[in-house]
Write a protein that binds this ligand. Structure first.
Ligand SMILES: Nc1ncnc2c1ncn2[C@@H]1O[C@H](COP(=O)(O)OP(=O)(O)OP(=O)(O)O)[C@@H](O)[C@H]1O
Length: 889
């Protein structure tokens, strides 16, 4: 503002027409009755004595005596007349009626009356339903205003202190801006992002207007499919599964199969086989390492190769030399590659091998990329080795279509053969044609020729997915053959036709009787296929060489169909991929469970026992995996497991109830606050970031003196002793599976007692008084359920019998891990009663009667010890597991 006023004053001093301007009535006086720039450099006349009250746009009811110096400073107030656009005196009309009009610029008199358009939001410019001064519309783009000098030198009121002219009685609330609402003024478009709305045009209090507000109006980009999402963003629920298509159609809407949650078995099996083949090694191999490639495994085992010096010479391969194909691992990047060795080749021209550099630039999904070529003597002869990409378990088209195990072998030739087989064959043929055409286009565009379009040099790496193999080899071998590129490329077309003809006729020698084979193709397949073959064999009817553009236009329809199939395949694979989306996270969680649960050696450790946070994880494990139904049978609900694990990983606010194994304590815990924090000494916040190194650190990474101080005292979960259930209380459904009453439960881990329903009420409704069920006289004797006949007790782990409280144990491949214990604080330990976990085979009942009962029921040692405690009273805390283990040993 100051930047604009100062030049105005300076201009006024030196402007020759300053006197004339002093005679001109300031329009702010005319319009508003005052000018807030009067004392700040406005050069126009601010004398209000010559303005008739009746001509003043302010309500006549206010009287002319209000329009004096007093009123000129007065803001609009509640007594002002309401503003109605249709009837209110517009700015132009006011000027026309003013006796000062002769002092105004003539252009101002001709200015059009500005009537704002009704904007696209439906926010009309109608008078707001409030009392206030009439608010004339002011067009700052009006040339009249500009000529009067008000616009250029004085910032518009809405860009400076908008509140100055706000009626005192009208507390203007925060008005959201409505950007990008353009209005056209005399051919000019105003972007209202720079020009906020006139607050008098719209009453934000009016409900009908509020309903018309478009929150997405500021995002008018039609190409932005995510428009408006910023306004209503919700926190992402990472524990929820979103089903991605394609979906099965034959299931009811609520039905899901387990396979819907995971990768398809055939894809998994295929990938696993390929991984296995990639990692395959040859035991007792005598093959040397070549350059940086080691662990060579020969792949061309079908072709007999000479063994020994006196063996007969093998039939020459495609390249005229005895060829060997090895899978090898490159020590530089650890990736598998194919080494194709041509035995007995002597390189005569160094330039020949540099052709491979040109082939490295050919990027096509249908060409096996060549990486390198070099000569070597490590095999005891002069050999040249070409390095290609390795595609595990790929087969050549020769093996697929003409090999002894080919599934095409049983197809009969002739007009009476299966129509379905013909259709499938033609579909396959067009897929090959499109892919080879795509490869040839890339190769020819690079100024090269494939020269290896033949069944034994085209790899099938997936279903109907082919790649031209061994490119560049002929270019090196026949570097100085003297043939032109055009000839070689034309040969590619003919080889292409031969390949398709032989596969169509299911005969590798079909080309030997070309006419008969073409007749067969004409009878069996579509005319388009025959036309394609005629083109690649004979060239265009007009003569001249075959061109890729003509070929592409000829097969364009089939290309579109193949492209569509490819997109469908992409969708399927993406859908399959999404099913594995959560698995990595869930496996990580399960690993953490494995690290924490069932560690009897930590039974005396406060942080690992019943009073430690890790105890929650043990109970949560029971909650997730050891659910039981009313009859005490295990509930195997995979959705429940996945849902719980996802909620834990996402750290949701949801609360669940965990029940101790002796059913004496109920713990209401939240995924975020309690369960996600099993080791507060190390990670005060959540389980999520907990890594194995939080619990175990490899020995070689151990600091010399681990001094880990807990940042905060461990937060213990609130243990609530639930009062007896109130039958009049409505039980909210928290999504927890209903549990059987304790009378039918017995000592099933994770089972929920009868106090569950009451405990599911909000936390503050409970007193922290001891649970009535906790009283010894009310404790029930456990009931045992017989084991399933198929249950076989696991064998004891050997280390459980050894006194190794914190001895290092080997984990993984030879790594030595050591447990890092948190420092023990000086505070007196809280009283706790660890649950003895003793393996069934290690237990030793204290009486023969119990041993007999044990033999009958087959319950585990936990049950036995608990029953012993029930009968004999609580044993010395902390000794249970040790005593039992020692007795066994
Ligand atoms: N890049 C590759 N990735 C994976 N496997 C390959 C690759 N190249 C070839 N193979 C495999 O190697 C085996 C032999 O291929 P090769 O090209 O030598 O066939 P061939 O009939 O022996 O040819 P040649 O007459 O030249 O010896 C085939 O089973 C093929 O699947």
């Amino acid at each position: 503002m100051k930047m604009k006023i100062r030049p105005m004053i300076e201009m006024a001093k030196r402007h020759p027409a300053i006197d004339a301007a002093n005679q001109t009535q300031c329009r702010n006086i005319v319009i508003y009755g005052y000018c807030r720039f009067q004392d700040r450099g406005c050069i126009f006349n601010h004398d209000t004595s010559n303005i008739s009250p009746s001509k003043n746009p302010v309500s006549p009811s206010q009287g002319g005596n209000h329009i004096g110096s007093d009123m000129s400073k007065r803001k609009l107030n509640v007594e002002s007349a309401s503003f109605t656009p249709g009837q209110s005196p517009s700015f132009g009309n006011a000027i026309m009626a003013s006796p000062q009009q002769s002092k105004l610029n003539p252009k101002a008199l001709e200015a059009a009356v500005f009537t704002p358009r009704v904007n696209t939001l439906g926010l009309s410019t109608a008078t707001p339903p409030m009392s206030g001064a009439p608010m004339p519309q002011m067009n700052l783009m009006d040339p009249m205003m500009q000529a009067a000098g008000c616009v250029e030198q004085i910032s518009p009121w809405w860009q400076s202190d908008a509140h100055i002219i706000t009626p005192t009685s009208y507390m203007q609330p925060e008005i959201p801006p409505f950007p990008n609402l353009s209005q056209t003024f005399d051919g000019m478009t105003l972007d209202q992002t720079q020009m906020p709305q006139n607050p008098y045009e719209y009453n934000p209090v009016a409900p009908q207007h509020a309903a018309q507000v478009n929150p997405y109006a500021h995002q008018n980009n039609p190409t932005d499919v995510y428009y408006g999402q910023q306004s209503f963003t919700q926190p992402l629920q990472y524990h929820l599964y979103a089903p991605l298509g394609p979906h099965k159609q034959n299931l009811l809407s609520y039905q899901r199969t387990v396979h819907d949650l995971f990768l398809k078995d055939n894809i998994r099996e295929d990938l696993q086989k390929k991984a296995e083949a990639t990692l395959q090694t040859l035991p007792n191999s005598t093959l040397p390492s070549v350059d940086s490639y080691h662990t060579l495994v020969p792949l061309d085992l079908h072709t007999p190769k000479p063994q020994g010096k006196n063996a007969p010479a093998p039939p020459p391969s495609t390249f005229g030399y005895t060829s060997w194909v090895y899978k090898a691992i490159n020590s530089k990047d650890g990736m598998p590659y194919i080494l194709r060795r041509l035995e007995g080749f002597r390189l005569s021209n160094e330039k020949a091998i540099r052709v491979v550099e040109h082939w490295k630039r050919v990027l096509s999904a249908n060409v096996v990329t060549v990486h390198d070529a070099f000569t070597t003597r490590v095999f005891g002869d002069n050999s040249i080795v070409f390095v290609f990409d390795y595609f595990a378990l790929s087969q050549t088209l020769q093996e697929v279509h003409f090999g002894p195990n080919s599934r095409y072998q049983n197809r009969h030739h002739g007009p009476h053969q299966n129509q379905t087989q013909n259709a499938n064959t033609e579909h396959t043929l067009w897929s090959y044609i499109v892919q080879i055409t795509s490869a040839l286009k890339a190769i020819h565009a690079a100024g090269l020729a494939a020269r290896t379009i033949q069944p034994n040099k085209i790899l099938l790496t997936n279903r109907n997915r082919i790649r031209i193999n061994c490119c560049s080899i002929f270019d090196v071998l026949h570097f100085e053959s003297g043939r032109t590129l055009l000839e070689l490329q034309q040969d590619d077309y003919i080889a292409f036709g031969k390949l398709i003809l032989s596969i169509a006729c299911n005969n590798p020698h079909a080309i030997n009787n070309a006419q008969k084979s073409m007749d067969y193709v004409g009878r069996t397949f579509s005319p388009e296929l025959k036309n394609f073959l005629l083109y690649v064999f004979n060239g265009p009817a007009s003569g001249g060489p075959r061109t890729m553009d003509e070929l592409l236009s000829m097969i364009s329809f089939q290309m579109i169909q193949n492209f569509d199939s490819s997109l469908h395949q992409n969708d399927v694979l993406e859908s399959q991929l999404s099913r594995e989306l959560e698995n990595g996270r869930l496996v990580r969680l399960l690993c953490k469970f494995g690290f924490i649960n069932e560690r009897p050696e930590f039974a005396h450790d406060r942080t690992w026992s019943e009073t430690g946070d890790r105890y929650l994880i043990t109970l949560f494990r029971d909650y997730v995996f050891h659910q039981v139904d009313e009859a005490g049978n295990p509930v195997i609900d995979l959705v429940h497991v996945l849902s719980c694990l996802n909620k834990l990983d996402a750290g949701t606010d949801e609360r669940i109830m965990l029940v101790s194994r002796d059913e004496q304590n109920c713990l209401i815990v939240s995924f975020r606050e309690d369960l996600s924090n099993p080791a507060p000494t190390y990670k005060p916040k959540r389980l999520g970031p907990l890594t194995p190194s939080d619990v175990f650190i490899p020995r070689h990474r151990l600091p010399p003196t681990p001094q880990i101080q807990p940042p905060n005292p461990p937060v213990q979960p609130t243990i609530l002793h639930a009062p007896p259930p109130n039958p009049h209380v409505q039980i909210p459904n928290l999504g927890i599976q209903p549990r059987p009453p304790p009378s039918s439960l017995g000592r099933v881990p994770g089972a929920m007692p009868s106090t569950l329903q009451a405990a599911m009420l909000p936390q503050q409704q409970y007193s922290q008084t001891p649970c009535p069920a906790h009283q010894p006289q009310q404790r029930q004797q456990p009931q045992f359920f017989p084991r399933h006949p198929a249950y076989t007790a696991p064998r004891p782990l050997p280390h459980l019998n050894q006194p190794r409280p914190y001895a290092p144990q080997p984990y993984g491949l030879g790594a030595t891990w050591t447990v890092i214990r948190p420092p023990v604080s000086n505070a007196p330990p809280r009283e706790f009663k660890p649950i003895p976990i003793v393996h069934p085979e290690n237990r030793r009942p204290k009486s023969a009667t119990k041993a007999q009962n044990l033999a009958k029921t087959g319950t585990d040692a936990v049950d036995v010890l608990s029953s012993a405690q029930d009968a004999n009273g609580p044993t010395d805390s902390g000794d249970n597991s040790v005593v039992t283990t020692t007795t066994t040993s």
